[in-house]
Design a protein around this ligand. Structure first.
Ligand code: RAM
Length: 345
C-alpha cells in the first residue's frame, strides 16, 4: 500500500512538474536564451553518512563550476521508501537530470521510469540502478578489482587461513551485491584462497547501530573468527568500534573513510590496511556525466568518450549488462598515508 501511495504521489508530482517544466522551458525558448548551466539533482543513498556527504560535495562543486544549479536530496535513511520520497522531492523542482546512488538495484525502477517519461535524464553513481533505469552508471572502480583487493587483504592479514566474515550494508544495493558475489567467486575459484572460510555475510543496512549489532553478533557467534571484511564505510567504522570496545583480537579490512578509520589503523592495530577511492571525485564524475548526458555530449552508449576537469572518460560495458564509466582504481590506505588522507575525506 505504502509503495502505491508513493507511486501515486510521484505521478502527481510528475504531472505538476511536466506542466511547470514545460512552461519554464517553453517560456525560455521564446526568450531565445536557454538558462546557462541547467539544474541537476543528486540523490545519495542516505543522510548521516560522511561518504555520501563527500560525494554530494563533489557533485555540487562540479555542477556549480560549470554554471549550473545543484540540488542534493538526501533520503532520511538508506531505504527504498526514503529514496523514493527523495526522488519525488527533486521532480517538483524542474531538474534537467538526476544522478542516483541506489539503495536497491530494482525497486526504484517504476519511479525512475516516470522521471524518464518526463524527459529528465537519469544516471547512477556508486551503486547502480538496473540498466533500463539509467543511461549509464558511474562506477568507483572495477568490481573484480575491488573484490580482489579485499580478498587479497583477507588472505594476507589472516596469514592465509582461517574464518572470516563480511559485514555488508543493504542486501539489495547493487555495489554490495556485486562486490560480495565476486569475493565469493574468487574464494571458490582461486586455490590460493582455499584455506579461508567465509562463515557469514551479515547486513548492517548502512545504519551505524544496526551495523554495530551485526558486528557484535559475528564476534559472539564465531569464536574462531580471525577477520571481518566490511565493503562499506559504515560497516568499517561500526566493526572497528565494536572490536575496540570488546578488546577483540579480530582484525578488520574493507572500504573505509580515512577520516573515520585513522585511529584504528596501524601494522599491529585493528585495521592494518584498507581501500577506498575519493568520494569527492566520484560525486564529481556523477555530475560531469549527468551534464554530458543532458547536453547531448554522450548518450551512454558503449565506446563514447567525454572530457572533464578530471580527464577523459570512456563509456564501457558493465557486468550487469548496462554501461558504465569507471573513475579509477581503489587506493590502499595504511598507517603511512591514512593521516594525510584523513584531512581530505
Ligand atoms: C558506504 C556506502 C557506499 C559505498 C561505501 C564504500 O558509504 O555503502 O555505497 O560505496 O560505503
Amino acid at each position: 500500500m505504502k509503495k502505491r501511495v508513493l507511486s501515486v504521489l510521484l505521478c502527481v508530482a510528475m504531472t505538476f512538474s511536466i506542466f511547470a517544466g514545460c512552461g519554464k522551458k517553453d517560456e525560455m525558448a521564446e526568450n531565445t536564451e536557454i538558462a546557462e548551466g541547467g539544474t541537476y539533482a543528486f540523490v545519495p543513498k542516505s543522510a548521516d553518512n560522511a561518504f555520501n556527504e563527500k560525494e554530494a560535495e563533489g557533485f555540487k562543486k562540479a555542477v556549480e563550476a560549470a554554471g549550473g544549479t545543484a540540488i542534493i536530496s538526501y533520503p532520511k535513511e538508506a531505504t527504498v521508501d526514503a529514496q523514493l520520497l527523495a526522488i519525488e522531492s527533486v521532480i517538483f523542482q524542474g531538474v534537467d537530470g538526476v544522478c542516483i546512488a541506489a539503495n536497491d538495484f530494482e525497486a526504484l525502477s517504476v519511479a525512475i521510469g516516470e522521471v524518464q517519461d518526463a524527459g529528465i535524464k537519469v544516471c547512477s553513481v556508486d551503486s547502480a540502478v538496473e540498466p533500463s533505469s539509467r543511461l549509464v552508471h558511474c562506477n568507483q572502480a572495477g568490481v573484480n578489482e575491488i573484490a580482489k583487493a579485499l580478498m587479497d587483504a583477507v588472505l594476507d592479514i589472516t596469514g592465509g587461513e582461517g574464518q572470516f566474515a563480511v559485514l555488508s550494508s543493504e542486501a539489495k544495493a547493487a555495489n554490495q551485491i556485486a562486490w560480495v558475489d565476486e569475493m565469493r567467486n574468487l574464494l571458490e575459484t582461486d586455490s590460493k584462497y582455499s584455506n579461508l572460510e567465509l562463515v557469514e555475510v551479515a547486513y548492517g543496512d548502512d545504519d551505524s547501530e544496526k551495523s554495530k549489532d551485526q558486528a557484535k553478533k559475528l564476534l559472539e557467534n564465531y569464536p574462531e573468527l580471525k577477520m571481518i571484511c566490511a565493503p562499506t564505510t559504515v560497516g568499517m567504522l561500526a566493526s572497528a568500534e565494536v572490536i575496540s570496545e570488546q578488546e577483540s583480537s579480530v582484525k578488520l579490512t574493507g572500504l573505509g573513510l580515512p577520516s573515520e578509520m585513522k585511529d584504528y589503523m596501524g601494522d599491529d592495530a585493528i585495521c592494518p590496511y584498507m581501500f577506498l577511492w575519493n568520494p569527492n571525485d566520484l560525486g564529481a564524475l556523477g555530475a560531469y556525466t549527468i551534464m554530458a548526458l543532458c547536453n547531448d555530449e554522450i548518450t551512454g552508449a558503449e565506446g563514447e568518450t567525454f572530457s572533464c576537469t578530471m580527464g577523459e572518460y570512456t563509456v564501457q560495458a558493465a557486468v550487469d549488462g548496462g554501461t558504465e564509466i569507471i573513475l579509477g582504481s581503489p587506493y590502499k590506505f595504511d598507517s603511512s598515508n591514512v593521516g594525510e588522507w584523513a584531512q581530505v575525506y
